[in-house]
Structures are given as structure tokens and as C-alpha cells.
Write a protein that binds this ligand. Sequence first.
Ligand code: GTR
Length: 339
Amino acid sequence: MKSKKWLAACLAVVLGAGVVVSGCGGAKKDAPAGDAQKPKYTFRLAEAHPSDYPTTLGDKKFAELVNERSKGRIQIKVFDSAQLGDEKSVVQQIQMGSLEFTRVSTGNLAEFNKAFGVYSLPYIFNDDAHVWRYLDSESGKQMLASLDKSKMVGLAYYSSGSRSFYTKNPVKSPDDLKGMKIRVIQNAINIDLMKAFGASATPMAYGEVFSALQTGVIDGAENNAPSYLTASHNQAVKNYVLDSHQRVPEVLMMSKLAWDKLSEEDRALIKQAAQDSVPYQKEQWNKFEKDAMDKLIKSGVVVTEVKDVKPWQNAAKPVIDKYGVDFKAELEAIQKLAK
Ligand code: GTR
């Protein structure tokens, strides 16, 4: 019989690093070569959204593919609804290696890897197809690969639509934002963007926005329709102006420290599974986004379409003037992919 000490050691490994070593998994030393001798892993994946949200569905598809293709040897458990912390703290856990996987917004990544700030620049993409042409381009791929330098391994991009303002009082033109306190994802570009609109940026974690809207600490926030709906922000503020100022894709990633411990074969399996989960995530996104908009309207949200984006672009121009030089190559690549 295996001793209590052995069990304690195994539990420490499982709870600490998220890794189950073969000995703990019960493989015999003299087992024949093959899968039985390969290491077993139990990893965690942190997700901020609820269980039926399209990014969470993408995460689960990814976990399922890894499980299937490794014949159960690599298990990834998805912790949704920010159970493992807000996105900023989750990225820090990834960098420290205390967490293996997460899905986060590139809006949050800008503070950890400057290159990702490009996605927070206003009105640089025309639509989702334009975003994906860029994400699938050499420049988009290189950017994902550059996460290596920040102790993360970018596995895939996921769809996230576009972000628009929702506010207590209606906003019809950029001028209406003047003096409003708007919650943003914490990054320098977002703060400058609100300044350009004459609003004041209030950075805070996603999970705090609902009560800040309800208590009037802020006058509004901005996000895509699925987030506006599933975070119940529509219960607090009901004016949605579709200016689509940002298209900040999501990133599925792994901790570089955990990645470095894997065999080449397991890395390839994980990377491929992540890529193969993308079409499913996109499909779920497109469906959910449409449903979310219908539900928002049914809940009493007043939607204002933006027919002419020019005045919005003009108001936000100081941001492009300030950061354009830093992202010259990326912006040129994005521009070239506009149709
Ligand atoms: C959502 C995004 C989340 C989170 C949130 C926010 O669109 O999917 O990861 O970044 O926005 O505004 O904080």
C-alpha cells in the first residue's frame, strides 16, 4: 500500500504546480514504453466569464481536444466566472507559474506587453473580418508569439466583437461623453482615450463594474453586447451607443514556466488544440453576440446606431497622434488589410 507521505507529496504537487507526476498517477516504473510512461498533468484554466459565454465555450472545447488527443493524460479544468481572480491577477499568476492557462482580453495585456496596446487604439479596424485578417497575418502571429518575452505563451486569439459605450444618460455624439466618468480596462491608452472624449477614465476590475454603475460611482462603461448583458450591466444603465471604438480580441495563453517543462510533443499538441478550438469559438461568438443584442433590447436598452463614425474618430485622434509612432508597423499592416 502506498504511504500517507506519498499521498501528501502527490497532493502537494497537484495543488501547488498543477502537475500530476507519473508516479503519483499510478504508472509502474517497469511499464512498457508508450503513453503510460509519459507524464500526466492536471492544469487549471482561468476564465472571467460565466460558463455559457462564448470564450468559456472556446476554453472548454480546447480542454476537450487536449484531453482527447492526449488520451486523458493532460487534463485542463476550466474555472469560469473569475473564480481564480480578476484578469490582472490571473495574468500575474500566469507569469509566476502558479496558474497554467487563462483566456484574457488584449485590453488587459497592454499593461504587461506594450505591443498589445495596438488593439486598444480607437477605430483602427472596420469590422470583425478586418480584425481576423490582421490576427491571421504574420504581424498578428508575431505579436502573439511576442508574449514569450512577458513569461506567457500565446496559443490563439478568440473573437470579442467591438466595444461601445453604455451610459446612464443617452450619448448620441462624442460631445455627450464630456464630463462623464467611464469605467475602462486599466491601460494607459484607455485613459488617454477617455481624456480625448472629455470624459474621465475610471479603471477598475470587470467584477466591480456592476455595483459601481448601480451606486453611481461611474456614469457608464463600455463593452461588447455579450459582456454588457451577462455582467447584468443593462440592469443599471440602459443607453447603448454603437460607436465600436475598439476591437480588442481575446487571447488564450499558457504560463511560460509551465510550457518550458513540457515535452516538444505536448507543446505541439496543446498549441494545435488551441488553434483548432478557434473556429468553434468564433461560431459561438457570432451566435451569442446576436442573441445578446436582442436580449438587451428586450430588457429596455435603447440602442443608438452610429451612422457616421468620422466625428468619433476626430475626437479620438489625439490618441492616434500620441501612440501612432509606437505602433507604426502594426498600424500600417492593419491599414493594408482594410477592404
Ligand atoms: C470583456 C472581455 C473580458 C474583460 C472585460 C472587461 O469584453 O472579454 O475579458 O476584459 O471585457 O471589460 O474587463
